[in-house]
Design a protein around this ligand. Structure first.
Ligand code: SF4
Length: 732
């Protein structure tokens, strides 16, 4: 028998507690009338947790029932309006498949199952296993994988326990490469929300990012402002996205050739001397090396690589230069593409440097955040072995642990890691090869803990599953993002936790108690921490609970003076067009273009992206959002559909280059994708039976990503190097 079998947790086990009258349950008109007339309305401030944009919101309840969620009118992230998903947050609370009891893996008669247990039993089990790992190997042999606003509670727990191996898929799977590229060029990564000053831009360039389907509230608004202001919109995408439909220039690029296009844009800008020579001379280093580097990469050369005509390349480069410095490149958030992702981000950052947009109106504004002090606690112990010791030899400029590397070091009986805690991140559908790596790691690890709101795929690998309550039922840390207007916003509970679910802060504290770490949790309730932090800022929780958001005056200007930059945190203090850091670590100091692999005959590039109704693989079982988009569809060009005799609306399965076959997925035949590519919305094709609505619906793109293209500089896991064909004979 396997040490741990993957358990497709049933909804009956997951939701053992009686749901009862706590849910909205207002689909019946009579119930709705009763709620609206019998109980007065109450508004409670929260911060939306359906995606990381963290819009401040207001939860409207009547009695013990949830009525609706609206945007906080004073919030700059939402401006009083939530996106589709944020409004559908009611479904996160009302999902009948929620986890409501702690579960423990038990073996009976040769088979394994997850059985409901008390919190004490579950926490004691975790405490004993973590203590054993710390005693036998050392606490640094334990890793955590976290995501979202509640992650800070488990980061704190891990550091107090004695490990710094806390990985977020947000690094290697999303923003890490982009931030490394910008860091090498400007001495800092980009903020979240991104500091793109689109509302004041005269030219907006989107390379692979599809704002509108990528529905981040205030970002969509500022992009709309740019469209309304008739800014030149340039969209580079193999797919005719919603953003492309608003563009003056849609460049349907051959997948994997972005760097070639950007080198050609630099070539035009330099050859035609469309830059501010005084700015370049004062604020940058490496101009001569860059000029020599890009000289061969003419638009005519790039045409052969990208499929974009020399006329289009020249015209768009000139538009950018004419608009500069009011020209902004959106860097995208999911930047793990082709294995040369830091260099791709570097190319974008160098273009930004050449056009002088850093800190300029219409370019990148300078974000600022509130200096919120940490609640007093003892210093963390120093791990004997850091994640850096395992990672930097392989990826010298990794700024954070790489999720796939942590999993690689969890496989086999001699593996470094012996235990894993996973908080609110569904690894099997989030990281490439995640399910396969987890299945192998599960045969050796001494402990796997999953903390989640719903019985997603990760819970099937766990020894212990801990049910967290939804974001509408808990406090979390203050929202404090670097942005145009520094602010803090607060998430407070609008409803009592359903069943036996508990807030993340409570779970972290209780595990800490089992590990004799009470000194790190010297409070009874997390609202004491929030109140203390607000007191240091001259506020109180009582006050913030009235408004939800509080703004602070900026300490520094939002823009630099024209033609100037602040001193940057690069080695030279200037914009590094040529990176000595990359050269010293053995990498190309200027972006080098490597042609991508082309698909085998009969195969197509597998491209993927977002749908505006869903976030990652977290919302497909949300009963509200499910109704808006119950399954994904695969976009196929008419020429390809004709070749395979596939009709619009029929179902196929996708077969990747390594023989992996997807769930059945419906076909959309459309000219909006290139003939060499297919496109899927990410997050569908769930295999966890506990997700009753989402189970088996659509195709899981992550399962088809068996080829990972690691970025050698920082470990980003490129996921665009996979190809698929169609299995019509298995269609249903
Ligand atoms: S963008 Fe939408 S889902 Fe994301 S935090 Fe804002 S309202 Fe919520």
């Amino acid at each position: 028998m396997q040490r741990r079998e993957f358990l497709k947790l049933s909804s009956a086990v997951a939701s053992t507690a009686l749901l009862g009258g706590g849910l909205t349950a207002c689909s019946e008109p009579a119930e709705w009338q009763k709620m609206m007339t019998e109980a007065p309305a109450k508004i409670t401030p929260t911060v939306c947790n359906i995606c990381f944009w963290s819009c401040a919101a207001q939860v409207h309840t009547r009695g013990s029932r949830l009525w609706k969620i609206t945007g906080n009118p004073t919030d700059s992230h939402s401006e009083g309006r939530l996106c589709t998903r944020g409004t559908g947050g009611v479904g996160a609370y009302a999902d009948p498949n929620r986890l409501l009891k702690p579960l423990l893996r038990v073996s009976k008669g040769g088979s394994q199952s997850l059985e409901p247990v008390s919190w004490d039993d579950a926490l004691d089990f975790i405490g004993q296993r973590m203590t054993k790992i710390a005693t036998e190997y050392g606490p640094e042999h334990f890793a955590a994988m976290v995501h979202g606003a509640g992650a800070q509670h488990f980061l704190h727990l891990a550091r107090a326990y004695g490990t710094d191996s806390v990985a977020e898929p947000a690094f290697a799977q999303c923003r890490g490469a982009r931030d490394t590229g910008y860091f090498l060029t400007f001495g800092q990564g980009l903020a979240s929300p991104e500091q793109t000053d689109m509302e004041n831009a005269r030219c907006v360039v989107l390379i692979g990012t599809h704002i509108g389907e990528n529905l981040h509230n205030s970002q969509v608004r500022t992009f709309t402002d740019a469209v309304r202001n008739d800014a030149h919109i340039i969209v580079v995408d193999p797919r005719f996205s919603v953003a492309a439909s608003k563009a003056h220039h849609w460049l349907p690029i051959r997948p994997g050739t972005d760097i070639a296009l950007m080198l050609a844009w630099m070539n035009v800008i330099l050859a035609e001397r469309r830059f501010d020579a005084a700015y370049i001379s004062t604020n940058t280093v490496g101009f001569d090396e860059l000029a020599a580097h890009v000289a061969p990469f003419t638009p005519e050369w790039a045409y052969g690589e990208t499929g974009i005509t020399p006329v289009q390349i020249r015209e768009t480069a000139r538009l950018m230069a004419m608009a500069a410095p009011a020209c902004v490149f959106h860097p995208g958030r999911h930047a793990a593409w082709w294995g040369d992702d830091t260099q791709r981000a570097r190319a974008m950052a160098i273009l930004s440097g050449l056009l002088g947009i850093w800190g300029q109106k219409g370019g990148y504004y300078l974000p600022e955040k509130v200096d919120v002090p940490s609640y007093p606690a003892p210093p963390y112990p120093t791990p004997r072995t850091s994640w850096r010791d395992l990672t930097l030899k392989q990826f010298p400029l990794a700024g954070a642990p790489v999720t796939n590397v942590v999993l690689e070091h969890s496989i086999g009986k001699d593996a470094f890691y012996k235990g894993l805690l996973v908080y609110e991140t569904n690894l099997p559908m989030t990281i490439p090869n995640g399910a396969q790596q987890l299945a192998q790691a599960a045969q050796a690890l001494d402990l796997i803990v999953a903390i989640d709101v719903q019985p997603s795929e990760i819970t099937g690998f766990a020894d212990v599953v801990l049910p967290e309550c939804s974001y509408l039922e808990r406090y979390d840390g203050l929202r404090n993002d670097a942005e145009r207007e520094p602010s803090v916003a607060v998430r407070t509970p609008a409803l009592r936790p359903l069943g036996d679910s508990k807030p993340g802060w409570w779970i972290a504290k209780q595990i800490g108690t089992r590990l004799n770490l009470d000194a790190f949790f010297p409070w009874n309730d997390y609202k004491e921490v929030i109140d203390w932090q607000l007191n240091q800022l001259g506020l109180s929780l009582l006050e913030l609970e009235k408004t939800g958001v509080h703004y602070f005056p900026r300490k520094t200007p939002v823009y630099c003076d024209p033609g100037t930059i602040p001193r940057l945190a690069t080695p030279s203090g200037k914009i590094e067009l040529f990176s000595a850091t990359l050269q010293e670590t053995g990498f190309d100091p200027l972006p080098r273009y490597t042609p991508p692999k082309t698909p085998p005959s009969g195969y197509y590039h597998l491209n993927y992206g977002r749908a505006p109704q869903h976030s990652f693989s977290r919302t497909q079982n949300n009963p509200v959002l499910y109704q808006l988009m119950p399954e994904n569809v695969v976009w196929i060009h008419p020429l390809v559909a004709a070749q395979f005799e596939i009709s619009n609306g029929s179902y196929v399965r996708l077969l990747n280059q390594d023989g992996i076959v997807s769930n059945k997925v419906r076909v959309r035949v459309t000219e909006r994708t290139r003939p060499d590519s297919v496109w899927l919305a990410h997050g569908f094709g769930h295999e966890a039976r506990g997700l009753v609505l989402a189970y088996g619906r659509g195709a899981n793109d992550a399962a088809l990503m068996t080829r990972i293209l690691y970025d050698p500089i920082m470990g980003s896991t490129g996921m665009r190097g996979n190809f698929v064909t169609f299995r019509k004979e298995l269609a249903v």
